[in-house]
Design a protein around this ligand. Sequence first.
Ligand code: SF4
Ligand code: SF4
Length: 444
Amino acid sequence: MVTKRATFKGGIHPAYNKHYTESLNIEDMAPVKQVVIPMAMHIGAPCSPVVNKGDKVKMGQLIGKAGGFVSANIHSSVSGVVAAVEKRLTSDGQMTMCVVIDNDFEDTPCDEIKSHDIERLTKEDIKEIIASAGLVGLGGATFPTHVKLAPPEGTKIDHVILNGAECEPYLTSDDALMKEYPEKVIGGLKIIMKLLDQQKGYIGIESNKPAAIAAIEKLADETIEVYTLDTKYPQGSEKHLITAITGREVPSGALPSAVGCVVSNTATAASVYDAVMNGKPVYERIVTVTGSGIKTPKVLKVRIGTMISEIIEFCGGLTDDAKKVILGGPMMGFAQYTTDVPATKGTSGILCLNAKDAAIQEPSNCIKCAKCVGACPMHLMPMYIAAYSQKLDYDKAAEYNALDCIECGSCAYVCPAKRPLVSAIRVAKREITAKRKKEQEAKK
Ligand code: SF4
Ligand code: SF4
């Protein structure tokens, strides 16, 4: 095991505010009476429900079948009876098909949850287990893991990297996982290495997590290199992590495999371990409940489908002056207008802010200071992309490489005029992608 120091050029230093939860252990949230499990909580095609109202289900049982190759199976997080299969409001603001299950509080596991002998498993077996278990990127991206671990034919992979940066302010879920379950993180990495024929694996962790670095270093053997990354946002962005560790730049529009890399989040690696060693699908995850607007911040292990309102109640409720609830972190998370939506595989955090911390300054005119340009880790010109987006000139926004934006929020954070840069750029990306899709369909 070798520990090295690494980072990337640029980036910002927002207030990290990890103090709310960084010293807390992971706590199991008490089971709830009913879970609402969305059939779309990953990138790719939604799942088709394979249970009906009135069916009895076991914990870990398949309830939603992947709707294509880029999709991920969905499993019950409790044992009980299906109360409904119907559309419910989800955190993306959409009405999404959900399987609603009344919990019998027995936690009767399904037959598939059983330990495997890793030595007897072939690579094909491991791929099949990962796909069946519905694993997705648990850092928030929710990209199906079996797809990520199957790089395009002919691609030469020489770096398998685990992302333990957790650079989003406030969030400490990955930190807690690395401290409490380092054997799962390293075990998952070794399974991925086996799958991709790698003799060496790499883990990058930001320097503000010394206990996590120590826990991982203690278990890392000569096949694992641990990198202490500078504490800088967005160090956990896949592309910037690759640059920090390998010095390679992922070209515009390309995937990490284009530069020989596969990157997974540390929580995803732990879920690979759970699935391959113990036959456990993804039906729970670690969630940081934090901020000035929650009475008792916690790091919780939560069953998928638990309502956000119930998680908040479990943490003592919102403070009297709470003003905003964001799912995820303050830089890349999404503000919610209601907490009556379920936690999904992608719910890394519930950030509750009081009125003071949630206050948004009124935007003023751009003063052409170029601070947003200096802060952009993708070397874009955010002010132009946002301005063209606001003028509905999406072709021009595309010329300024709007699609390369990783929506990290660094530009908006440094902007003295408080321009709504990210929301404008998101609109441009959506419109450009829709137009290109339409053009491709017309060609067909
Ligand atoms: S333009 Fe996109 S990538 Fe660049 S700083 Fe803004 S949000 Fe981040
Ligand atoms: S940081 Fe804000 S004010 Fe300065 S150039 Fe960018 S958009 Fe304009």
